[in-house]
Design a protein. Structure first.
Length: 321
């Protein structure tokens, strides 16, 4: 008999050991799967995914998981996102995949209830006494009012509405950054020069003198008094260009309509593509010159495709007061 090959013997031992280990391993795996259920499969998958993510991060340090700026542009404006150079589209946007803020910009966004019809009479709200600004040329003594039939409880109540008016008019980014203007919150008994009113849709259309189906606000003297008319539907729902930010939209609509009341009668177009919109641009409807021009304001908006970013302030980068 030939002597036994020690290499073959060792290989046989390893093979036998491996088979034994394989059988033991199967038993442990079965026991583990029975003990932990779906987690037995999920944990290894997650571990593999994590490894791939870490490798990608090391190999491509300039990439991000989500390009937030581009995603926001695509989701809120509906325009094809542009490359880093800003020249060519980088991908096609599928309308069905866009979020709710890709509504037509003229559309009233979805949201809470508002009054379609009010009683066309008003009551004072808030606490008089707030004041701000120098007033070298004009002091606006304003009273804050809500139309009977408008229910303000859904957004904090009457006092919350009045406080928003006071805070916006006293903000250094607002009209008081111009030393010509001052604002004082008074009562109707104190001979106000301006009435700031929250009104139903029907009353807004009547006082603003037009029913164009776009749900806007206005400044008017139709009643013989200087009045800022704030459409409750917009106060509740906002406007698509503001991407669901009701606070910023409310600041905008106050500043825009009060801007008319302090002497800025004309609207203003977007001067440079991508910059903050002028406060006197009709941002409720669009941030794009061509779209606003299509509404018929050909003498105001340039015949170009400049698109600004939403901005609620006359002086978004205020000088020191």
């Amino acid at each position: 008999m030939k002597p036994r090959d020690p290499q073959l013997h060792r290989r046989a031992d390893r093979a036998g050991g491996a088979a034994s280990d394989h059988q033991d391993g199967e038993g442990r795996l079965v026991h583990f799967a029975r003990e932990y259920g779906w987690r037995a499969y999920a944990v290894p998958v997650l571990a593999v995914v994590t490894v791939f993510v870490l490798i990608n991060m090391v190999q491509n340090p300039g990439d991000t998981v989500v390009d937030t700026a581009q995603s926001a542009d695509a989701g809120t404006t509906g325009r094809t996102p542009r490359s880093a150079e800003g020249d060519e589209p980088t991908e096609e946007i599928v309308p069905a995949d866009l979020p709710i803020w890709d509504l037509d910009e003229k559309t009233l966004p979805p949201g809470g209830p508002y009054a379609e019809v009010g009683e066309k009479t008003f009551y004072e709200v808030g606490t008089p006494g707030a004041s701000a600004g120098k007033g070298d040329e004009l002091v606006q003594r304003y009273v804050v009012e809500v139309e009977h039939g408008v229910d303000t409880t859904g957004y904090g109540g009457d006092d919350a509405f009045a406080r928003m008016i006071d805070a916006t008019l006293a903000d250094p980014r607002g009209w008081i950054n111009d030393p010509r203007f001052r604002f004082e919150h008074v009562t109707s008994a104190d001979n106000p020069t301006l009435r700031i009113r929250l009104t139903s849709v029907g009353t807004t259309r009547e006082l603003c003198g037009a029913d164009i189906g776009l749900e806007t606000s206005c400044r008017t003297t139709i009643t013989g008094e200087d009045s800022v008319i704030l459409n409750e539907s917009r106060w509740v729902r906002g406007a698509v260009p503001f991407e669901g930010d009701l606070g910023r939209y409310r600041q905008y609509v106050i500043n825009h309509e009060v801007g008319h009341a302090v002497g800025f009668a004309e609207h203003e177009g977007c001067h440079t593509d991508g910059e903050l919109a002028p406060i006197m641009m009709q941002q409720t409807l669009s941030l794009n010159n061509a779209e606003l021009r299509a509404f018929g304001a050909t003498g105001v908006y340039p015949d170009n495709n400049n698109t600004c970013r939403s901005n609620p302030w006359p002086y978004p980068r205020p000088a020191v007061l």
